[in-house]
Design a protein around this ligand. Structure first.
Ligand SMILES: Cc1ncc(COP(=O)(O)O)c(C=O)c1O
Length: 437
């Protein structure tokens, strides 16, 4: 069995995370329960930051908050001195409520509304990552209205798509995000933003994919960007002060995944950027990255209580738990794979192969297929590992399931950071039909 971060088996044969017995957590807070290993999040944040410092370059590591956005997470990220990437007014609101420093917030999104942009501008956040010409027009209007030159990055699609071990050179980027570099949109946007009296063009952004296990895609994207930077330098005298290479650094969900340490991604990116900048005789731009999954993914574990089971002779055994696609949509959405263990009998020998079903009314609500476990009994606590990214963030009230609670564990202490929803929460915004009498 592979243990992430501080996870281990304690002398009661229980799964322990952050020095806390997960069976005690399940008893105290109920299940399903998301448990975050704070030390592991801190360790990852520091690995990214420290490598940039060792390389002697100016950098910002911005947590891509879509992976798991909450007050506690934003406070933790702030404690570690990271920046923050938000993609909606809701994420921005949460960040501000958490007291996150405005100047380190970056606002993403392919369809930011006038109201969202105005909110960000009134708060004078660090920068807006501009996605399209419509947004440029909105920003210029808002800049005039609020007499503020808006700091922006332009998001471009460099024609590189990276996923796990592959990267693909795409001719025409078929993506809803960003300005295409191949068809001239990127050049037009850069020229416009650079000359605009309303925009302070800090630099360029690109994000090439997710769950990436190779540095090659980032290196190729850097080269593509520098080909363009060379022409922008010659034709416009524009040289970016910031280069943001996005997120997508892979993590280990199962034994099939072989991620690189954060330091390796950072080192090789920096090496390439330094060498390209030297060739062009320009200053090394400030390098920004946006890890989401790699900061929180394997730091999260979901605890479930086992309920019913169904045996189909010569086919399979279904074991059902008290959550499912409502707290983890990833298996149903894109066949994501996980590993799991019985948290209350960690060292018991594996005796059977079972498939873990959720309790939602969908045949597709399956969390894991064909995993080896000890003989599973009703009331066992099943721990599903690596659920920290895009789990709670994508949780829903499908079937009127209550969103689970979230606890942070560190140094033998547990802290409830999000309460479990209640039935009252489910109907809080409902007004029902008008009475006919
Ligand atoms: C622009 C941008 N940055 C960062 C991320 C974070 O990616 P990951 O969680 O894979 O690191 C995403 C994910 O969709 C993204 O779209």
């Amino acid at each position: 069995m592979f243990f992430h971060g501080t996870s281990k088996v304690n002398n009661q044969n229980h799964l322990e995370i952050g020095g806390v017995d997960t069976i005690e957590l399940a008893k105290k807070y109920g299940t399903p329960l998301y448990v975050y290993d704070v030390a592991l999040i801190r360790q990852r944040a520091r690995q990214f930051k420290e490598t940039f410092a060792e390389e002697g370059v100016e950098a910002q590591v911005a947590y891509a908050s879509k992976a798991f956005s909450s007050l506690a997470m934003f406070q933790l990220v702030n404690e570690e001195g990271l920046s923050l990437d938000v993609v909606s007014a809701g994420e921005l609101y949460t960040a501000l409520l958490a007291g996150f420093p405005k100047e380190r917030i970056h606002f993403h999104g392919n369809n930011k509304s006038y109201e969202e942009l105005e909110y960000a501008i009134k708060e004078k956040i660090g920068c807006i990552v501009v996605d399209n010409f419509h947004e440029i027009a909105l920003l210029e209007e808002l800049s005039k209205k609020h007499s503020w030159k808006v700091p922006v990055l332009l998001r471009v699609t460099p024609g590189i798509e990276a996923h796990t071990h592959d990267y693909i050179l795409t001719g025409q980027e078929d993506s809803k995000f960003g300005f295409d570099l191949k068809n001239g949109q990127g050049d037009k946007a850069v020229a416009h933003a650079f000359h605009s009296p309303y925009l302070d063009l800090l630099g360029i952004h690109c994000h090439i994919g997710s769950q990436i296990f190779e540095v090659t895609g980032f290196v190729m994207a850097t080269r593509k960007l520098f080909e363009k930077i060379a022409s922008w330098k010659d034709e416009l005298s524009f040289v970016p002060r910031v280069l943001n290479l996005g997120g997508g650094f892979g993590i280990r969900y199962t034994s099939e995944d072989t991620p690189l340490p954060p330091s390796q991604y950072v080192r090789e990116m920096v090496t390439e950027i330094k060498s390209q900048a030297e060739k062009l005789t320009i200053e090394i731009p400030e390098i920004w990255i946006e890890p989401g999954r790699s900061l929180v993914g394997d730091a999260g574990t979901t605890l479930y209580t086992v309920g019913s089971r169904k045996h189909i002779p010569n086919v399979r055994d279904y074991v059902a738990v008290d959550g499912g696609m409502s707290d983890n949509i990833r298996p149903a959405l894109y066949e994501a794979k996980y590993e799991a263990a019985l948290a209350n009998r960690m060292n018991a020998p594996h005796e059977e192969k079972v498939s873990i079903a959720g309790k939602c009314c969908e045949s597709g609500d399956m969390l894991l297929w064909d995993i080896e476990l000890p003989k599973v009994e009703s009331s066992d606590i099943l721990a599903v590992f690596c659920t920290g990214a895009y789990g709670y963030a994508m949780a829903s009230n499908y079937n009127r399931m209550l969103k689970p609670a979230v606890v942070f564990v560190e140094n033998g202490e547990a802290q409830l950071v999000i309460k479990r929803e209640t039935f009252e929460d489910l109907v809080r915004n409902e007004v029902g039909l008008k009475s006919k009498v």
